[in-house]
Design a protein around this ligand. Sequence first.
Ligand SMILES: [Fe+2]
Length: 299
Amino acid sequence: MKKISQGNVYDRVHVAANPMYPAYVVTGSSKNLMIDCGINLFGPLYTKSLTEILGTPDRLDYLFITHSHYDHLGSAPYLKRRIPSIKIGGAPYINDLLQKESVIARMNGLIEHQRVSFGDIAGDEDVRLTPIRLDIELREGDEFDLGGLTCRVMEVPGHTRDCLAYYFPETRALFPGEAAGVPQGTGGGAVQVEFLSSFEDYLRSIRRMIDLEPRFIAIGHGFAFTDEDAMDFLERSYGATFEYRKILEEYLDAAGGNVESAISEIVRREYDEKGTIFQERNAYIMNLTAQVRHIASLR
Ligand SMILES: [Fe+2]
């Protein structure tokens, strides 16, 4: 079944805040874990949801991040200020990144255009991103016992080089962030292909996730899939990655190999004319640019 990411989406999995930037809360019998924490403006919404799910935000033990994008870790500094006891985990590379003032300033800049839509949520609270240090550097094969549920860490590069997925063998629940693509549009029927750092790594990572045969997959934006639809999403995402590369190659061919011309034409035709991509336009162009440049480099 395809579900919008809100409420109780699976056995011991609740969604904090909003389907657009879902923070998945996994509740074990002894520990509780949040996976990702959206944009910084949503910080107060996450703590409100944590109160509803856990009784009090202080019962959250871990916050694990899937990758180093501002819309997946944006509320981490706020949550650490609000709940000092939480242990924040992520790839070692994120640890370096989040301590750089320049990176934090850039992330705060990226969020400014979203203030129009979501500024009210934060109210007077201080939700600014500030440099933080990870409490735990996570690596392939690390395991965390939540009480009846084990969180296993997988390195799944391709979207970014620091992507981690979290897998729970007892319930066969998988949380890949954006490492396996994202359902596209409000209906979520098509798959938005998300390789940014490496086409080959991205495919290899999706193949590894398919091999797990998950029964639940919670995507970094919008939707979660249960039962056979979990595998179906991964298989479709794998196939869509080849199709998408073909489309980018065709645009590059039509532009005589000129990367910038190909990007302009893709934005005009695929984003502006079709109007079916529900991603903020600047973010779309930024990701598309990385993808077209990467594919051009492979030719
Ligand atoms: Fe991302």
